[in-house]
Design a binder for this molecule. Structure first.
Ligand code: BES
Ligand code: ZN
Length: 456
């Protein structure tokens, strides 16, 4: 049996105990945005450290930051001149809300058929353990031909506020030749996928204040502006009838796609039916003149992520709300600058606000678009994927955002390989998030092949 086959066999032989370890990790409610979960964040970090120690890493440590800690671990290769792969991951997860939409509780992992249900199963605790388990099986069955380092942060889902300073302060520790970031996914379970571009992000809140308190709508309605009405009018002016974003200057830096680029994208299998099935929406929507994949990967968007005003409890309450607010984000494409887009958005929204209400803004996270077409180590992973799925790898521009890739490129000088075994219908950031276990198994096999590929 080949060295690689031995490692794959070791993984298969120990799958029961690995699933138990995976489920224990998933049971920790590591919600980075929830101040009440601070202790769970530390639990999750320590869980990883302990697991790393158990598989014989040379170093494993939890580094505090001003908010949630970073886990670092390292295993040196058997030979002195070996390359170094740095694996990035985030052990934090999105809030599980709405809780009553889950069939089984978010932090009580549950296997139903081929799927493992839990918050973080797909994004991205499952992806973290897929690489750790791959390394574990390689270590148990022979020599490690490549230095392996892990950097696992706890703040990705809140925009990685302390990641940049951590990487800057620990650049020597993190020195590497290759970065593998398995925080993305596949187009479907039959096509291994490597992401060659990501969208950027800018996220902010708009608050409209009217009266000093909620008012009786009969006594005051008609004389006092209603912040909910006014915010709705503002939001309605953020898009043009053709679906494009109405903020002046929004598209100034966006390049027109070349015919070749459009042909590339059109080669990727995708269908309207699939999109509708995954989302459950009654019909597709989008900027006119673009295909689904173009809208997802290459066109910028603006979306309201949350909207709140007035009385939303049982029954009715006749009021003019004192305030209304909306959480808004834009996905950005090359070469839009997130700070500039924020300024344009704020300026435009201010211009829409009537004197009858007051507006204020809160700026949340931002991050740039990313190109990853020529990351070092790409050929090794492409071959590992091909050998595992017996299919050619699909290269895709993805709609999500992974701002840490830019941070690491700027500080460590290495581009990230962006990939993963998450599937479009895994319900990440949604209730009933799940992981397709057969695909995840293949992922572990592929990462074993990747790690052993540095043998030559
Ligand atoms: N894993 C996702 C990003 C992702 C998902 C990329 C699928 C490609 C395919 C990640 O955890 C995430 O959700 N990131 C945030 C970033 C933001 C908070 C800065 C996002 O994209 O909303
Ligand atoms: Zn993620």
């Amino acid at each position: 049996m080949s060295r690689t086959q031995q490692a794959i066999q070791e993984f298969e032989n120990t799958i029961q105990e690995k699933m138990r370890a995976f489920e224990a990790f998933l049971s920790i409610p590591s919600v980075s945005s929830d101040p009440a979960k601070k202790a769970s964040m530390l639990d999750a970090a320590n869980y990883l450290k302990t697991y790393f120690e158990g598989i014989g890493m040379d170093a494993a440590a939890v580094y505090p930051t001003d908010l949630h800690p970073v886990v670092f671990a390292e295993k040196r290769a058997c030979k002195p001149d070996a390359k170094t792969v740095l694996i990035y991951g985030h052990y934090d997860v999105q809030p599980p809300d709405p809780l009553d939409a889950w069939t089984t509780p978010a932090f009580e992992p549950n296997v139903r058929g081929d799927y493992l249900y839990a918050r973080g199963a797909s994004d991205m605790k499952g992806q973290i353990v897929s690489v750790i388990f791959a390394l574990e099986s390689v270590l148990k069955t022979g020599d490690l031909p490549v230095n392996v380092k892990f950097i696992l942060e706890g703040e990705e889902e809140i925009g990685s506020p302390h990641f940049e300073s951590f990487v800057r302060d620990n650049a020597d520790l993190l020195e590497c030749d290759i970065i593998l970031n398995p925080d993305a996914g596949m187009i479907d379970k039959d096509h291994p996928t490597i992401v060659n571009g990501l969208r950027g992000l800018v996220y902010f809140e708009v608050r409209v204040d009217g009266p000093k308190a909620d008012l009786h709508s009969g006594l005051f309605g008609g004389n006092i502006a209603n912040p909910a009405n006014e915010l709705a009018k503002i939001i309605a002016q953020l898009h043009n009838p053709d679906g494009s974003v109405a903020i002046p200057g929004f598209y100034d830096r966006v390049r027109v796609m070349s015919d070749e680029e459009r042909r590339e994208i059109a080669r990727i299998p995708s269908s309207e039916e699939e999109f509708l099935a995954v989302t459950g929406s009654p019909a597709l929507y989008g900027e006119q003149g673009y295909t689904i994949l173009e809208r997802q990967g290459v066109r910028p968007t603006l979306d309201v992520n949350g909207l709140y005003s007035g009385y939303i409890g049982e029954g009715s309450k006749t009021i003019i709300p004192a305030y209304a607010f909306a959480k808004i984000s834009c996905r950005l494409v090359p070469y839009q600058q997130y700070a500039e887009i924020y300024d344009l958005a704020e300026k435009y929204i201010r211009s829409l606000v009537p004197p009858t209400v007051k507006v204020s803004f809160i700026k949340h996270s931002g991050g740039p678009y990313y190109f990853a077409d020529d990351a070092p180590g790409l050929e090794n992973l492409v071959q590992a994927f091909k050998d595992t799925w017996q299919k050619d790898v699909i290269f895709k521009r993805e709609g999500g955002s992974i701002p840490v890739a830019t941070v690491m490129q700027e500080i460590l000088g290495v581009k990230s390989i962006l990939t993963g075994v998450s599937l479009p219908d895994d319900a990440i950031h949604s209730p009933n998030e799940h992981l397709h276990l057969p695909t995840w198994h293949k992922g572990v096999q592929a990462y074993i092949r990747f790690l052993t590929s540095f043998d030559a």
